[in-house]
Design a protein around this ligand. Structure first.
Ligand code: SF4
Ligand code: SF4
Length: 431
């Protein structure tokens, strides 16, 4: 059988066997949490608590400032101890609210919604501080407020990044809750159709979601080819509809909105339980972890505590926040869990290819796998020659930074970094 898919892409080893059978477990929270006010795309939240304030689990501690921004909530009950500058996963020192955990976990939730209207759902999403939990952290309420008719809500259940298994486990273990969250989102968008795309290597998850949605006439579950980056918004839309999002355009231009499984589950929690976004499920994996796991963890818990809890081996060669293809390499365990922390990977020497780049040999492999149809070798060469303006002819702004090109490059050219740099310079110089 031919599964639905997009053009090009790659087939990296998925390594999901390390954690796919690990049931969710609660990660204990330490004596202090450090909650960043910037953990979403857009403007950081403004602190709305002061040192000495008593907060509960779910108390708002940061107010969204501006349209593209998110509220931030406490993940423990206790006392606001200080505001500290601390490194985030990108290596930037940003403001964190340090809260001394009293261990009582007293809750300050919102009332559950009963028969909510579209407006109630969007307002709840905003109040709960939901942001895309696949890693992009785009404020969800902004997506839900999209103007124009939405024909279909597309749910990304592909979880195509190697190692990560939280969406897979959510579909297996909490399919009804995920489905309820999806229904809330569809109602908020007034979307008539719901299409759920899941890669063929998660057959059991496909069956669970089909079962959970069997009474919904407007829901279709699509079996997708197992290929990276199947979960990219544009790739997923193409796989299901065979329509291309125009260059520089958005899925909503075609009448689609894409959200993922973890975000749908967070929507269920916010609407049905009144729970603000202060925790998440996360995969901790890689050959460098003693006990790979899928954990339930509160925001503000330092990665160092996770590593201590699950144990690490001596030969860690690389640490990544997120997946190995699009995640961020870390140089310390200081960063904390945030809305976008889908995974923490501790990789051994055998799992990485850390070699120095050599000159391009013009093999065109990078162009042959690029799911956006770009020519990454040209952007790389032009950036090397400091010809920024000329890179525009090769459309670096369309690059989704999936890393397929760098993965196949025999010369190990830093192709994604070149695309990123080209984007940055084009924007900075307003070219
Ligand atoms: S150029 Fe960008 S979109 Fe194309 S393969 Fe490389 S990272 Fe992916
Ligand atoms: S894959 Fe690497 S070596 Fe081959 S053309 Fe692209 S940049 Fe050059």
């Amino acid at each position: 059988m031919r599964f639905k898919t997009f053009k090009y892409g790659i087939h990296p080893k998925d390594k999901k066997e390390l954690s796919k059978d690990c049931l969710f477990e609660d990660m204990p929270t330490g004596e202090k949490v450090y909650i960043p006010l910037a953990q979403h795309l857009g403007t950081p939240a403004s602190a709305c608590v002061e040192v000495g304030d008593y907060v509960k689990v779910g108390t708002k501690i940061g107010e969204a400032s501006g349209y593209v921004s998110c509220n931030v909530h406490s993940s423990v009950s206790g006392t606001v101890e200080s505001f500290v500058l601390r490194e985030n996963a990108m290596g930037k020192r940003i403001r964190h609210v340090c809260i001394a955990n009293d261990g009582n976990y007293e809750e300050d939730f919102m009332p559950p919604l009963v028969n909510p209207t579209r407006e109630d759902l969007i307002a709840r999403c905003k109040d709960a501080g939901l942001a895309g939990m696949g890693g992009a952290t785009f404020p969800t309420h902004v997506k839900l407020e999209t103007k124009g008719e939405i024909k279909a809500l597309i749910i990304n259940g592909s979880e195509c990044e190697p190692y990560i298994t939280t969406d897979y486990r959510l579909m297996l273990d909490k399919p009804n809750e995920v489905m309820e969250g999806i229904r809330y989102i569809a109602k908020a968008l007034d979307a008539q159709e719901i299409w759920i795309g899941i890669e063929a290597n998660k057959e059991d998850a496909i069956r669970r979601m089909e079962e959970a949605s069997k009474d919904d006439k407007n829901v279709k579950v699509f079996e997708l080819q197992t290929k990276y980056p199947q979960g990219g918004e544009k790739q997923l839309i193409y796989a299901i509809t065979k329509r291309k999002v125009p260059m520089g355009g958005l899925p909503s231009d075609l009448g689609y909105i894409v959200l993922n499984i973890s975000t749908s589950f967070a929507m269920y929690e916010a609407c049905a339980l009144g729970k603000p976004s202060f925790s998440r499920y996360m995969t901790v994996s890689g050959e460098g972890v003693v006990r790979p796991a899928n954990i339930y963890v509160r925001f503000g818990v330092p990665f160092s505590e996770i590593v201590e809890y699950l144990g690490h081996k001596d030969d860690i060669a690389k640490v990544i926040s997120g997946g190995p293809m699009m995640g961020i390499s870390l140089h310390s365990f200081i960063p904390v869990v945030t809305k976008g922390s889908s995974a923490l990977l501790l990789l051994s020497e055998d799992e990485i290819r850390d070699v120095d780049p050599t000159p391009c040999i013009n093999c065109a492999r990078c162009a042959n796998v690029c799911p956006m149809g770009l020519m990454p070798m040209m952007t790389d060469a032009l950036i090397l020659a400091n010809k920024v303006k000329e890179t525009k002819d090769y459309h670096p702004l369309s690059c989704i930074e999936c890393g397929c090109c760098a993965y196949v490059c025999p010369a190990k050219r830093p192709l994604v970094q070149s695309q990123r740099l080209a984007k940055k310079l084009i924007r900075e110089r307003k070219l």
